[in-house]
Design a protein around this ligand. Structure first.
Ligand SMILES: C[S@@+](CC[C@H](N)C(=O)[O-])C[C@H]1O[C@@H](n2cnc3c(N)ncnc32)[C@H](O)[C@@H]1O
Length: 242
């Protein structure tokens, strides 16, 4: 079943997701770091460290669902010539562009409006593809993953960071309480969007994780798949090659 941000609307998931991120874009970075107690930063760093083992010096990196560009910024440590970030939300991209301008990185990190399920790039273009907290929001997950695969060079690597679900006692119970009771309330208060932080736990609950996600990666054309759970299984890093 597709989990939608706004249940009272007739629009499809893609349009609703874009609207939701447009709405929360001014507060997205603040909420990310606040609600994760800053751990999201460490998760992105770890994902890039693991990617480096497969792809030590990627020349051109594609950051899918780049949002405000935080994963692209972490990927700078791989010393690429260029990073292209794409996202469907104009609002998130605008916050990201301002961030890159302020840091003098506008030439290095390009922020472009595009849909992961229909990427405006030729086949075999990128040395590495990265996605943080993006794939769960795709309207058609397999289509998005196949598109990413299409634009990767043969042998290129992908690193996907996404929420998963802790399953051991007592982390599962603490996590459920926090994710279902605390996070939606704080999120609503600060973002002023009534649904975004209810959609977050609901979409995580419905999303395949661990081996189930690796299976989907294999079905969509990836090889050498591996995953690493993070922080008691709250998140996971998935790695694969073309
Ligand atoms: C939770 S944010 C993650 C942003 C960033 N990667 C980070 O680590 O903070 C998810 C992003 O996915 C984008 N997104 C969702 N579906 C997309 C699609 N089909 N194509 C491109 N971006 C998409 C949203 O607009 C949003 O900016």
């Amino acid at each position: 079943m597709t989990v939608l941000p706004y249940k009272d609307q007739n629009k499809g998931k893609k349009e609703q997701v874009a609207n939701m991120f447009d709405n929360i874009s001014p507060r997205y970075d603040l909420l990310n770091h606040l609600l994760s107690l800053g751990i999201d930063v460490l998760w992105r760093k770890k994902a890039i460290r693991l990617l480096r083992k497969r792809q030590p010096r990627p020349d051109h990196i594609l950051d899918v669902a780049t949002g405000t560009g935080d994963f692209a910024l972490e990927a700078l440590s791989l010393k690429p010539r260029k990073i292209t970030g794409i996202d469907i939300s104009a609002g998130m991209l605008e916050v990201g562009r301002q961030k890159m301008l302020k840091r003098g990185l506008a030439d290095k990190i390009e922020m472009k409006q595009a849909d992961s399920e229909n990427l405006p790039f030729e086949d075999n273009m990128f040395d590495a593809v990265i996605v943080a907290f993006g794939v769960r929001n795709f309207e058609d997950l397999k289509k998005g993953l196949k598109e990413m695969n299409r634009v990767m060079k043969p042998g290129a690597a992908v690193a996907i960071l996404e929420f998963s679900r802790p399953r051991s006692f007592p982390f599962q119970q603490i996590y459920n309480f926090y994710f279902q009771q605390v996070l939606p309330r704080v999120g609503r208060l600060i973002s002023k969007d009534s649904s975004a932080y209810t959609y977050l736990p609901e979409s995580v609950q419905a999303f395949p994780d661990g081996r189930d996600f690796l299976k989907i990666l294999e079905e969509t054309g990836y090889k050498n798949t591996a995953w690493k759970p993070l922080t008691f299984g709250i998140s996971a890093i998935y790695l694969a090659s073309k």
